[in-house]
Design a protein around this ligand. Structure first.
Ligand code: GRF
Length: 203
């Protein structure tokens, strides 16, 4: 069976991307990262792709007339690589209608909180400020909302008394990388189905 084609979108350090690149080095994993896209230049995530010899592209919102034009350009850039699955790994933009029309149902995003708690850009900070004792990470199928899509997998992470945001986020990211590699690998090898808010692995 041919390896599933992954396009990964990043906006930052790309440690989630790196975990996928490392996993894909084993043919038994069943997937290959065929391209890495970003919404900005000069990020380590793009350097990681270049080091791995993976093609990259950048689509910056400010280079387009508006958000819809950016969304259309991003969709075209991703479509050029014929992905089976798109992975948003620290991608800090909301994809729009055009993107979801093309890749809805086969785009997953990883969020550093236990959805539906603490959606948005500051999951670890919001969890810490709320005072939860357990938080975690969520892999979900992207929909038009902010971190509201149907959940594929989650993993719990303890909050320690002396945590600051950075320490907590780093602990979450360890769990996040594990969930991402394990789950994307199963989706690549076994397939998946989305029925309303229920996601099932296995064709
Ligand atoms: C991850 O925690 C992701 O969930 C959040 O930003 C972080 C990106 O980390 N949106 P990296 O760029 O993969 O290291």
């Amino acid at each position: 069976m041919p390896a599933a084609r992954l396009v990964v979108l990043v906006s930052g350090s790309g440690t989630n991307l790196q975990a996928l690149l490392d996993a894909c080095a084993d043919p038994a994993y069943g997937a290959e990262v065929v391209a890495v896209g970003a919404d900005r230049t000069g990020i380590v995530g793009l350097e990681r792709a270049e080091r791995a010899g993976v093609p990259t592209f950048v689509q910056r919102v400010q280079d387009h007339a508006g958000r819809a034009e950016w969304d259309a350009a991003l969709t075209t850039a991703v479509a050029a690589y014929r992905p089976d699955l798109v992975v948003l790994a620290g991608f800090m933009k909301l994809v729009g209608e055009d993107f979801l029309a093309h890749f809805g149902g086969r785009t997953v995003n990883t969020h550093p909180a236990l959805s539906p708690s603490f959606p948005g850009m500051h999951g670890p900070r919001d969890a810490l400020e709320y005072g939860v004792k357990v938080t975690g990470c969520t892999l979900f199928v992207v929909d038009a909302g902010v971190d509201t899509g149907a959940i594929v997998a989650q993993r719990a992470v303890p909050v320690e008394d002396d945590d600051d945001v950075e320490a907590l986020h780093e602990r979450i990211k360890v769990a996040e990388r594990g969930v991402l590699v394990d789950t994307v690998g199963r989706m690549a090898r076994e397939g998946w189905s989305v029925d309303g808010r229920r996601v099932r692995l296995g064709a």
